[in-house]
Design a binder for this molecule. Structure first.
Ligand code: ADE
Length: 251
């Protein structure tokens, strides 16, 4: 997977992603990370990339030309390397909300271009020409697209084969099955008077798995009722069990 980030702050993206698991994935060539300075493509003699918004309103807007030229330069590089033109993700609070299934979809691409906005956004005309996906990381507004792009790159990278070792594997984590993760415990067996649940010490694999699923369901129902309702619809057996339990409580 080759990530290309179009940004006014390339060092922020490179510095933020060069440590830990993602840094290791870059050094082992499972992923590549290229941060492109949009300002390098401006034709303005003062290196300006922003201007006032037509129609008035507060704040400046990133202009179409440097965004377009920086994006096309990356696409050209990709094509010259014999790969197909990349999807271009515009990182914006006005996009579809990022989630695990989107991450899985993106992780199948060979190249991804992230376009990070600043100021009040980017001229609509260039967005119409280059962007394939509009993605937000949540219902709040940040000062720029770099942090959201880094969040998405981290999440997508860990789905790329080889990036996680077996012990770091993502298979049983929150969201992989639509549920939040069950509670986990390490040594010692007792800490601050709190004991590790007996069942986890039993060595009975099937019972441990059953307990973990129950805990995941309980936690999801409490913290994310929206995910719980979806899980129940997708797993009618759990719904039956729930109704049976309710019946026996009512009688
Ligand atoms: N840019 C500013 N805020 C953002 C958000 N929540 N998601 C994606 N991009 C953003």
């Amino acid at each position: 997977m080759n990530f290309h980030v179009l940004t006014l702050f390339p060092e922020m993206v490179l510095d933020g992603l060069n440590t830990s698991i993602i840094g290791r994935a870059v050094s082992k060539n499972y992923i590549t990370l290229d941060a492109v300075q949009i300002r390098d493509y401006t034709l303005d003699k003062h290196n300006k990339v922003d201007d006032y918004t037509y129609g008035g309103g507060a704040g400046m807007l990133m202009q179409a030309q440097p965004v377009y030229d920086s994006c096309e330069a990356v696409q050209k590089k990709i094509e010259e390397a014999g790969r197909k033109r990349a999807r271009v993700i515009y990182v914006t609070p006005g996009g579809y909300t990022f989630n695990q299934s989107m991450a899985l979809d993106f992780s199948k691409e060979e190249d991804l271009i992230f376009l990070c906005g600043h100021y009040e956004g980017i001229d609509e005309r260039v967005l119409e020409e280059v962007v394939t996906d509009y993605v937000s990381i949540g219902d709040y507004v940040l000062t720029g697209g770099e942090l959201p792009a880094m969040v998405m790159i981290d999440c997508i990278s860990r789905l790329v084969p080889g990036v996680l070792s077996n012990s770091e594997s993502s298979v049983t984590e929150s969201f992989s099955d639509g549920l939040l993760e069950y509670p986990q415990y390490s040594r010692p067996e007792e800490w601050h008077g709190k004991k590790v649940p007996e069942i986890l010490l039993s060595g009975h694999h099937a019972n441990v798995e059953k307990w973990r699923l129950e805990q995941s369901i309980i936690k999801t129902k409490k913290i994310r009722p929206d995910l719980y309702e979806k899980y129940i619809l997708d797993h009618p057996v759990e719904e039956k069990k729930k109704r049976r339990k309710q019946k026996s409580c009512n009688s």
